[in-house]
Design a protein around this ligand. Structure first.
Ligand SMILES: Nc1ncnc2c1ncn2[C@@H]1O[C@H](COP(=O)(O)OP(=O)(O)OP(=O)(O)O)[C@@H](O)[C@H]1O
Ligand SMILES: [Mg+2]
Length: 332
């Protein structure tokens, strides 16, 4: 099956604050998304998740690499054709306040997106707005309310309705539930799963937390300091993480039971995430990795395939997969 979205060797840098040295926020990242698939993208704060998402939708300009949508290289398009192609990829932000105008009613906000999408008939817009509200699980009466009158979960549903208005092929969801209460999170996650099934929209779901995307995502990419360090089918990645970083990231997820959590020995990931202005040579995780050996400093480790569709960029990937070694060292 041909992917809906293919990102090839993407590099996005910023001019850094340290003597103008470039920050390679996204450094040679390749990912694919198939129709109707939810794919997780997880990693610590600052590893480049949003920059990758923003580069895909054109909010940042990549230095090199390709974004290919339905077989068309967006880099080869310009003007109206580029704008039209880009409409097929919509961004859902973490903070729905940021993407909604406080002075518009919900109906106006959604209709605005429909107008941008070229729907000239007012009658059609009204009908489509009703349909969109229904799709995201909001009551029809919400159309006359203002953003400030809604709860966080409802606002996020409006932002999703707006994104869906132009019938996108791909949604980039940048931590869309992180700002929501725990009880509301599950509902909004269920909404994404429903949309995937009903509309066949592909979703890149960005999160800090591996546990959050576990249920929803079929596959997960793990990012560290601008690079993808592991990718695999979500269930297998949870059962058999094959990169030390993924192992530690999984082990740092708190237990839902507070009594268990209080007694749990948490293997912390040593040290701070290094600056992307001056990343470590070789494997970027080696400065924090309990398994690092000399070879890790010499060259970036290539991805090793541990099972079909599952690979990790670590010299010990196979041993980690087989459970022969572990990066997790619990405090005594
Ligand atoms: N506009 C910018 N100018 C300069 N540096 C930037 C800019 N945007 C991001 N960065 C840097 O790029 C790196 C990646 O940032 P990014 O926001 O993509 O990370 P993230 O994984 O989304 O983090 P978080 O989980 O906190 O949202 C960071 O080092 C950040 O400081
Ligand atoms: Mg971010």
């Amino acid at each position: 099956m041909k992917p809906v979205l293919q990102v090839d060797h993407l590099v996005t840098s910023f001019t850094g604050t340290v003597r103008g040295r470039p920050v390679k926020a996204v450094d040679d990242v390749s990912i694919t998304l198939h129709q109707g698939e939810i794919v997780g993208l997880v990693g610590e704060s600052g590893c480049g998740k949003s920059t990758l998402g923003r580069s895909i939708v054109g909010l940042e300009t990549p230095k090199s690499g390709k974004v290919v949508l339905d077989g068309v290289d967006l880099g080869a398009l310009s003007g109206r054709r580029l704008r039209e192609a880009r409409r097929a990829i919509q961004y859902v932000f973490q903070d729905p306040y940021a993407s909604l105008n406080d002075r518009q009613t919900i109906g106006e906000a959604i209709e605005e997106a429909l107008i941008i999408g070229g729907m000239a008939s007012r009658e059609k817009r009204v009908a489509r707005t009703a349909e969109l509200l229904d799709q995201v699980g909001l009551a029809a009466a919400v159309r006359d309310r203002f953003t400030r009158e809604l709860s966080g979960g409802q606002r996020q549903r409006v932002a999703i309705a707006r994104a869906l208005a132009v019938e996108p092929r791909v949604l980039i969801c940048d931590e869309p539930v992180s700002a929501l209460d725990l009880s509301i999170r599950a509902q909004v996650m269920n909404l994404f799963m429903g949309l995937r099934q009903d509309l066949g929209v592909a979703c890149l779901f960005i999160a800090h937390d591996l546990a959050l995307v576990r249920q929803a995502a079929t596959r997960v990419y793990v990012m560290y300091l601008g690079r993808i360090v592991e990718l695999g089918p979500s269930a297998e990645l949870y059962e058999r993480p094959s990169h030390p970083y993924t192992q530690l990231l999984l082990a740092s997820v708190p237990d839902a039971n507070p009594i268990v959590e209080r007694q749990r020995k948490v293997p912390l990931i040593a040290g701070e995430i290094p600056s992307p202005t001056n990343p470590p040579s070789g494997c970027r995780f080696r400065t924090r990795c309990p398994l690092a050996v000399e070879a890790c400093g010499q060259a970036p480790p290539p991805h090793k395939t541990v099972s079909p569709a599952h690979s990790a960029a670590c010299v010990f990937a196979k041993e980690l997969y087989a459970g022969q070694v572990s990066a997790i060292q619990l405090p005594a």
